[in-house]
Structure formats: C-alpha cells, structure tokens
Design a protein around this ligand. Structure first.
Ligand SMILES: [Mg+2]
Length: 122
C-alpha cells in the first residue's frame, strides 16, 4: 500500500472524487492547495517552537494533503517521484558525490533533468 493509496481510501470514504485525468481545475484541487498551505504553516510554527511531536505530525499531515492534491489532479505520484529520484541520483558517480572546494554537490556529466512530462504521460 502506497501513501497515495492510503489517502485515496480516505478520499473515497469521504466522497471526494479521485481524478483519472490530469486537471488543475475545480474546487477540490483548490481545497487541497489550501490544506497544503495550512499544514505547512502549522509545521513551520511547530518547528519555530522546537516541538518535535508537532513537527512530526505536521510532516505527515503535509505528505497526506500532498497525496490528496495528486489524486485530486490525476497525478500518479510514484511515477513523478521515480523521475525526480533518478535525476537526483544521477548527481552521483559510483555512489559518490562530486563536490567543489566549498562542499557544494556539483552536477556531473551524467546528470539529467527529471522528465516530468513523461511521468505524467504527456
Ligand atoms: Mg496538522
């Protein structure tokens, strides 16, 4: 069971439609964007108060509403994640990062951008 599937079960139980096609229109993407903002603010506040329990709770809530946003917009999160992961991991050669003198991880020849279009099936 993926996080997105967990959230979709919650959405189905709550009569919130799961989008099959890509869209950013409608009340539900709007709702989930607002929830992401709300949860981010709560988490930031907890962080500023150095409240570990509330930070952990807030991070999980953020993942929850981000998954809800994906399912409200027809985004298969796993596919997008895999593209982003592959791109990030392409910064390493044989598991090692190339760093400059200041310690910044550099983008080697092997680096490639994530193909989000492909991940979305566009
Ligand atoms: Mg919360």
């Amino acid at each position: 069971m993926t996080y997105q599937e967990d959230v979709e079960n919650f959405m189905k139980a709550g009569d919130q439609p799961i989008q099959e096609n890509l869209t950013l229109n409608g009340a539900q993407p709007e709702l989930y964007m607002n929830l992401i903002t709300e949860e981010y603010k709560e988490t930031l506040e907890a962080f500023q108060e150095q409240n570990m329990i509330e930070v952990a709770d807030g991070l999980a809530d953020m993942v929850w509403v981000i998954m809800g946003m994906c399912s409200s917009c027809g985004i298969d999160f796993e596919k997008v994640w895999n593209e982003v992961k592959a791109s990030n991991m392409s910064k390493f050669i044989d598991g090692k990062a190339i760093k400059n003198e200041a310690g910044k991880i550099m983008k080697p020849e092997s680096y490639f951008h994530p193909d989000i279009k492909k991940a979305l099936g566009l």
